[in-house]
Design a protein around this ligand. Sequence first.
Ligand SMILES: NC(=O)c1ccc[n+]([C@@H]2O[C@H](COP(=O)([O-])OP(=O)(O)OC[C@H]3O[C@@H](n4cnc5c(N)ncnc54)[C@H](OP(=O)(O)O)[C@@H]3O)[C@@H](O)[C@H]2O)c1
Length: 265
Amino acid sequence: MDIKNKRIWVTGASSGIGEAVAKELAAQGANLILSARNEAQLEALRASLPNAESHIVVAIDLSKSEDIADIVAPVLKDIGRLDVLVNNGGISQRGLARDTLLDVQRQVMEVNYFGTVAMTQAVLPSMLENGGGMIVTVSSVAGKVGGQSMSGYSASKHAILGYMNCLRAEEALNGIKVLNICPGFVQTNISVNAMLADGQQYGKVAGSIANGIDVQTCAVKMVNAIRQEKDEVVIGKGISYWAPTIYRFFPGLFRRLSSSKNFRE
Ligand SMILES: NC(=O)c1ccc[n+]([C@@H]2O[C@H](COP(=O)([O-])OP(=O)(O)OC[C@H]3O[C@@H](n4cnc5c(N)ncnc54)[C@H](OP(=O)(O)O)[C@@H]3O)[C@@H](O)[C@H]2O)c1
């Protein structure tokens, strides 16, 4: 796919991976719809992009999935055609499964799973009417394997991969492409904004995230995957890149490694 002049909706565009992807897509000539909750940050990003006037800011709270269709419908009416949706907005969670409040598990699922499903279902009919489109979703390596201290996050990322793989199977013959992105650790504020077992903010950059790949490298690889119309890509380095491959071919070894003290942060 040639990115130039494509209409692309990016959620979670106010920070981290979404912001970097938006910059990369705009540099390649896309016309963007930028969404997240922080409208001021989205507006500052829009104003800084090439062809600023061709991009739109639309505030969306993914935790309020019941509102999403009503927010998306008038935008689609205005723009006429959406080529790509990048489902990137999300939150993380840190804490042992045995300690993590059910409400925290539910909040992670509301944003990462139901919010993403609601966004997808809000744009899909219009893509089908227009003969096709691409749904890109930022899951995680944590959506491919289980590790310690992230049961809610990992469950939400496994769940969204399951949904998207079914959607691909159902809509492939109708021109809908489904690309799942599974990053390992990427240097963003994801852990700063993560919820602890009791719902409080973690509030700092975790060591694993600080040692991850830089966000620009991640964004370039994501945009390449969109251009190449791939089905799924893992992006990262070190153990967070190799984990799905180790799990696939050596599941017993992976389970021993992931249960060891070295993998509890
Ligand atoms: N960084 C990593 O190591 C890593 C690895 C694998 C996958 N990921 C995934 O990558 C995606 C982006 O995360 P990031 O690393 O860039 O972290 P980030 O810097 O914290 O960005 C998260 C983005 O999601 C948005 N968001 C959070 N809650 C939202 C809500 N209720 N409604 C709408 N938007 C919401 C935030 O915007 P507002 O606060 O303005 O709403 C922000 O734009 C997430 O899905 C994350 O799970 C990250």
